[in-house]
Design a binder for this molecule. Structure first.
Ligand SMILES: [Zn+2]
Length: 99
């Protein structure tokens, strides 16, 4: 079980995705984190799935970890504005209202 000092960390098995693609079993929820993408590491350094009833208490922490993971993947959380898009710059059509 997770103790009170347990720290949520990215699941080492699925790397935060929550699912794994297995050559033999196909795709499915990650067994290690039970599909959450994160596990908790107790004070002895042992990893456990995060109990469902702890999820709401950890929501903010998990959200921050997820934001960090997406940033690592290059996702900024914002769409590029039309005038920032290379394709529109190349066409000279920036849609910025300054034609
Ligand atoms: Zn996992």
């Amino acid at each position: 079980m997770c103790d009170d000092n347990a720290v949520p960390v990215r699941c080492p098995s699925c790397d935060g995705y929550g699912w794994i693609s297995d050559l033999f079993d196909g795709e499915g929820d990650c067994d290690w984190c039970q599909g959450i993408g994160y596990i908790c590491r107790d004070s002895k350094g042992v990893d456990h799935p995060i109990p469902i009833e702890h999820l709401s208490a950890l929501a903010e922490t998990l959200e921050a970890l997820e934001a960090e993971r997406l940033r690592e993947l290059g996702y900024t959380g914002q769409a590029k504005k039309p005038w920032d898009q290379a394709i529109r710059q190349a066409r000279g059509n920036l849609l910025d209202g300054k034609d």
